[in-house]
Design a protein around this ligand. Structure first.
Ligand SMILES: O=C(O)CCC(=O)C(=O)O
Length: 240
C-alpha cells in the first residue's frame, strides 16, 4: 500500500498524500450516508447554538459514525485501511476516532493550527489521522494546510481560543493540501494542521478517520480508548 519512499516521507515529513484511493462511486455511497448524520447533527447544533468548535451554518463535526452505520464500519475496516495502518503503526489496530467535518460556505474563519493530540492526550502519543475528501477539497473551499516536519517537535502546548485549541501563532502559512474527491492525506497526529475559510458556494465535506495501536489509553485517566472497532489483529483484517 505504501512504497518505501512514501513510508520514509511519512516518517520524515509527517504526511503522505494518496491520490484517488477511493472511486467516485465509493465516495458517493459514503457521502450520502454521512450527509444524513450531518443534517441531523446540524439541526441539533442550530437548536443548541455554538459549541466549542462547531458553529451552526459554518462548521459541523459529526462523530462516531462507524459505530452508527454498518456500511461505514465496513468502510473504515476496509483492507486498504488495514494495509496502511498496519504498515505504519503495527499489527493490532483500532479505530481511535472518526468524524465528518462539513465546512459550509458561511465559514469565514480558520479552524486553527493544532495537533490532534491537542484535543485529547494519548499514550502512546502517536496515532494516524486520515483526512479523506468526500468531494474535491480546494484552497477556495477550505482544504487543510499542514506544516511538514512539525511532528518532529513532539507534543507542544496548545492554547484555548474561541474556535478551538491552537498550537501555532506564527507567520508560516504552511502548505495547502488540495485533494480530489476520493483522495486522502494521512499524517501523524502530531503534525500541525489547520483549515482555511470556505470561499466557495458549496459545503466542503471531509471524513476524518483516526487509527491507533490497540490498547492506546488516556494517560490522565488510564482508560483504554474504545471509540471504534478493532480493524486488525496480527496484521489481518477483522471486519469483513
Ligand atoms: O477539516 C477541517 O476543516 C479541519 C479538521 C481537523 O483539523 C480535525 O478534525 O482535526
Amino acid at each position: 500500500m505504501l512504497s518505501a519512499d512514501q513510508l520514509k516521507q511519512y516518517e520524515e515529513q509527517g504526511y503522505v498524500i494518496l491520490e484517488q484511493l477511493f472511486s467516485n462511486e465509493e465516495m458517493d455511497r459514503v457521502r450520502s450516508i454521512i450527509d444524513v448524520f450531518d443534517m441531523e447533527s446540524e439541526e441539533a447544533l442550530k437548536q443548541k447554538g455554538k459549541g466549542f468548535i462547531a458553529i451552526p451554518n459554518q462548521i459541523n463535526f459529526t462523530s462516531n459514525l462507524a459505530r452508527r452505520h454498518e456500511d461505514l464500519e465496513r468502510f473504515i475496516g476496509d483492507q486498504r485501511f488495514v494495509d496502511l495502518t498496519t504498515t505504519v503503526l503495527g499489527p493490532d489496530i483500532r479505530l481511535y476516532w472518526d468524524q465528518s467535518v462539513y465546512k459550509r460556505p458561511e465559514a469565514k474563519r480558520d479552524f486553527p493550527w493544532h495537533q490532534d493530540n491537542g484535543y485529547v492526550p494519548t499514550d502512546p502519543v502517536e496515532y494516524m489521522t486520515c483526512w479523506l475528501a468526500l468531494d474535491d477539497a480546494t484552497i477556495e473551499n477550505g482544504c487543510i494546510w499542514i506544516q511538514p516536519q512539525s511532528h518532529l517537535q513532539g507534543f507542544v502546548e496548545h492554547k484555548k481560543t474561541d474556535v478551538g485549541w491552537q498550537c501555532y501563532f506564527g507567520e508560516d502559512p504552511g502548505q495547502p493540501v488540495p485533494l480530489r474527491k476520493g483522495s486522502m492525506v494521512i499524517f501523524y497526529s502530531l503534525l500541525f494542521h489547520r483549515s482555511t475559510p470556505n470561499q466557495s458556494k458549496d459545503t466542503r465535506k471531509a471524513y476524518v478517520i483516526q487509527y491507533s495501536v490497540e490498547g492506546t489509553k488516556n494517560p490522565d485517566t488510564g482508560v483504554i480508548f474504545d471509540n471504534g472497532p478493532l480493524i486488525a489483529v496480527g496484521g489481518k483484517a477483522v471486519i469483513v
